[in-house]
Design a protein around this ligand. Structure first.
Ligand code: TA6
Length: 300
């Protein structure tokens, strides 16, 4: 075995046709996927999905032109994996926002062909360096099916001998023509925590529309949601499994300007709709137990 390959990691010679591992932006290893149903890209850095283009369609994901592409820094856009906490770490302001797994290189465990998709499996195990932030033994596995649908599953295993709780999110950035014209009808009536208004708890009146900085954690939000994008003549549907919350985020003008890895005017072309378990929906995991959160994305 090539000494540089991590033990048990799949080797390029074993990839199905249409799959290539090569240096991507910043020289970070990138897996490119091409099959009849879709094309896509995922970086080993953070097991970070950066592109999903169903056959005949435009990319559904959005990535900033100003993103950093550096080990130890998050990619801006695509699907950052937030784990084992969401947002700032409550008891340590010096800890990385949204946890540390999106800053690490994950191991590529498998690339397989299924009936209508190419499936990529990656993993990251806790070690002494992660225990600096979070004193638990865990195995995280990310499984992504690139097909006519995009199926993302984040599995967490408690590989230690003590129970722990964690927060998680698949922090998906979707590309839209003009965020000021989109609607998300299905969250009507849901309670939400407004992170753009002092964490006030509010109730969604009607479809979600974006007309200012929007940063909301919708509670008990388990049903599928659809992003209606009339200017792009597209609807994006997100169906979740084992996720109690849905986060909707757009930084708007001031926040976009304040982020060095986000173009000043890029807020117009994106919306985050995130499968999440956080706050009162943190996941409790007993030793040897597993929890899998899934987000299925379709577009038409
Ligand atoms: O999911 C929304 C959010 O928590 C916002 O509060 C904002 O911080 C966003 O995530 C981006 O976080 P990041 O650390 O990727 O800049």
């Amino acid at each position: 075995m090539d000494s540089t390959m991590k033990q048990d990691a799949i080797r390029p010679a074993e990839f199905p046709s249409g799959v290539k591992l090569s240096p991507g932006n910043g020289g970070l290893p990138k897996l490119q996927i091409s099959c009849p149903q879709a094309e896509g890209e995922i970086y080993l850095h953070g097991a970070h999905l950066t592109s999903w283009k169903p056959a005949g369609a435009r990319d559904v994901l959005w990535v900033s032109q100003k993103s950093m592409w550096e080990s130890g820094k998050p990619i801006r856009g695509g699907v950052p994996i937030c784990f084992p906490w969401f947002g700032p770490k409550k008891d340590d302001p010096s800890a990385p926002i949204h946890g540390f797994v999106r800053l690490r290189e994950w191991r590529l465990d498998g690339v397989t062909t299924e009936q209508d998709a190419i499936v990529v499996a990656l993993s990251l195990n806790g070690d002494d360096s992660t225990k600096r932030w979070w004193p638990h033994d865990f195995r995280a596995r990310m499984r992504v099916a690139f097909g006519s649908r995009l199926i993302m599953s984040l599995e967490v295993e408690n590989s230690g001998d003590a129970a722990f709780s964690f927060e998680e999110a698949l922090h998906t950035y979707f590309g839209v023509a003009d965020v000021r014209q989109i609607e998300i009808p299905a969250l009507d009536g849901h309670d939400y925590i407004d992170k753009a208004d002092r964490l006030a708890e509010k109730k969604q009146q009607g479809a979600v529309r974006i007309s200012a900085e929007t940063d909301r954690v919708y509670l008990n939000a388990v049903k599928p949601v659809e992003i209606r994008d009339p200017a792009m003549h597209r609807r994006i549907r997100v169906t979740k499994q084992n996720s109690n919350e849905t986060v909707v985020w757009n930084p708007w003008v001031a926040k976009a300007k304040a982020m060095p890895d986000f173009g000043d005017d890029e807020w117009i072309g994106m919306i985050c709709v995130e499968a999440c378990n956080a706050l009162s929906s943190s996941v409790q995991l007993a030793p040897s137990a597993l929890h899998t959160m899934t987000a299925i994305v379709e577009q038409h």
